[in-house]
Ligand binder design. Sequence first.
Ligand SMILES: [Zn+2]
Length: 402
Amino acid sequence: MHTPEGPRQVDVHVAGGVITSVGNDLAPAGASTVDATGMYVLPGAIDVHVHSRDPGFPQKEDFATLTAAAAAGGVTTVIDMPNTVPAVDADGVLESKAALARAKARVDYGLWGLVRSTTKAAELEGLAAAGAIGFKAYLGYAFSLGHKQVQYSLNLEDPDYADLLASRPAEAEAVAIAAAAEIAGASGVRLHVAHLSSAPGLAAAQEAIRAGAPLSLETCPHYLWLCDEDYGRVGTAMKIFPPVRGARDRDALVDGLRKGTITIVATDHAPHTDEEKAAAFGDAPAGSPGVQTLYISSLELASRMGDVWLAPRWVSEAPAALTGLQGSKGTIAPGYDADLVIVDPNQPTRVRPEIMRSKQRHSALDGMEFGFTVREVYLRGSVVAGGRRGRVAGRLVRPARR
Ligand SMILES: [Zn+2]
């Protein structure tokens, strides 16, 4: 089991949805027990970057299917991005989105708020009071053009993968990170960089961190497992913004994770319909589902680095600290929510459409095999995947204010 003291073979006792003790021979007479001998017991993952599409795009995804996919993959908390419709730019919108999610969610959920160039301080305070985890600012993203931007910006009839890379160069990521870090450093605002995708972006972030900027970094499984050469095999499931770049970018990001410069792996789970993604490269929208394969792909990567126990740090412990949930989630210790994932380390999982629980079945990692299988998942002590489901429902998580 993964504990703050490292891996240990111990019992965990749960009552009232909370871990009450961790030690040996904890089962009191009459307690119900789960034998996880030979398995890993890990803290539930917190995916800090998902797009539920709910409300707004029910044909793509909703909170029920998002959280079913999350639960199946050992993700017990999702933090949803604010670009739903209406956008989460005011306390009232956040409250109604939280109420909508409450009726559907199988795992816990937090909500990011949206900050625009026109947002007033009072509006941010309202969002924070309503429970926003933090605020998302889009840098240089032509929001209204959406996925058509590749064609518009290049004015091409039939763009290919090299055109897409040319339209979104890594240098732009580096410049954006440097500028945002400077503003964060000057204003004392904590800055989290979402979906870091390139070696120049990582270098710019490292430079800013060295200069004292309060910066944290997240990357995604598709940037750690794929490069441009995979496009021919994977197809439009790999069309994601920022784009999956070259092998050198991929290797630099893996190295940044190994060294601890990048602390968080999140998925940018962003479903479009299987039909939309079956369009020609230039027309297919950017984004793909990913939440279900976060834990197994991270365990595989960590195990190849020689320390499988790094994975729960990337997907649970560091995300809890980022989102202000470190008092209740991200760790297996007394007082924490009993969000527990039982993983079989001797049973590989092949990613394929039939196992996907999202409303969409495509995946950028389709066909890959990871040496782990999620067996059973508990949210606050009740089964949410892999067994007879308990009577627990997902609820809104709010950050502890610092
Ligand atoms: Zn995103």
